[in-house]
Design a protein around this ligand. Sequence first.
Ligand code: ADP
Ligand code: MG
Length: 346
Amino acid sequence: MFENSERTDIAELGEFGLIKHLTDNFKIKHESSIKGVGDDAAVLNFENKEVLISTDLLLEGIHFDLAYVPLMHLGYKAIQVNLSDIYAMNGIATQVTFSIGLSSKFPLEAVEEIYKGVQLACDKFNIDLIGGDTSASKQGLVISVTSIGYAEKKDVVYRNGAQEGDLLCVSGDLGGAYVGLQILEREKQIFLENPNIQPDLEGKDYIIERQLKPEGRRDIVDLLGQMKIVPTSMIDVSDGLASEILHICQQSEKGCTLYEEKLPIDPMTYETARELGLDPTVCALNGGEDYELLFTIKQADYEKLKHDVDISIIGHITDKNSGCKMVSKSNVVHELKAQGWNAFKL
Ligand code: ADP
Ligand code: MG
């Protein structure tokens, strides 16, 4: 990467020059951002709202592989996955900080690419970049993002509010990001064995995008607001649907019944999983990185969203003693287990 293109040594700019160079193009959009980049701390004012804060740490070789992740996508995704946590609280994200540890092999042009992705995500989702930190790294690229947002106190949705009889809903479709990752991994292996072979990603755009360019579901938060639905519980699908359902059930002290036939799986995800010898249902349950919203609603709210094609009702909440179950397409009841994606299983 960047072998044949222009390379400017970061040392030429110095730390302060670099920060100024990277952040100069970012304009403040929100009244709540009183002071952004440029002082010892940013200053925010949310008046009487609840303030939501979430942080992620992304490490090269653990969370991303620069062999197939373009740097602009990495910047974009780092912001999106973090905003997703604010949306999962039913909040509106307004600010981010972006911190970066750079190995010496990184030229200025590479950092600029990352920041292009950051700016794209910030512009598209109406977010202010209000600070960060910059350091050298000996262990490859390190990125940390903190997002800040707000909600009215009555609108904040936690993981622990699900009640018996509530409907279990999920936005979008599941498993695509995982199957997309399997394709990228396959093409990387082929490339390592024979660098003359170009990656064959034809016809796989949707699932590759699901992996490389996920989007937080702010639109679902807006939609729920318009429908006047406050979910009883909510979480974003980062580790896999099964794992997230279990979080909601454990924290709410409830059980659930999930129906395999109701799982939303895109046809490209389904066919590609089959091609790779994977079970599409397992990909949807345990794949992870979908960044969809999983939430529960009262039955009384069903009428309001039953026609929305972007929301699937996949099950319901039961009492704790019934446990967490999945009814398969052939009507066999399985216990729901989470494999989840776990960075500690190396
Ligand atoms: P400090 O020495 O207090 O850490 P810095 O010189 O690192 O201050 O940061 C100066 C300003 O630039 C601060 O507002 C900080 O939030 C911001 N900043 C530093 N690094 C980044 C970055 N990578 N992206 C965005 N803003 C940054
Ligand atoms: Mg600093």
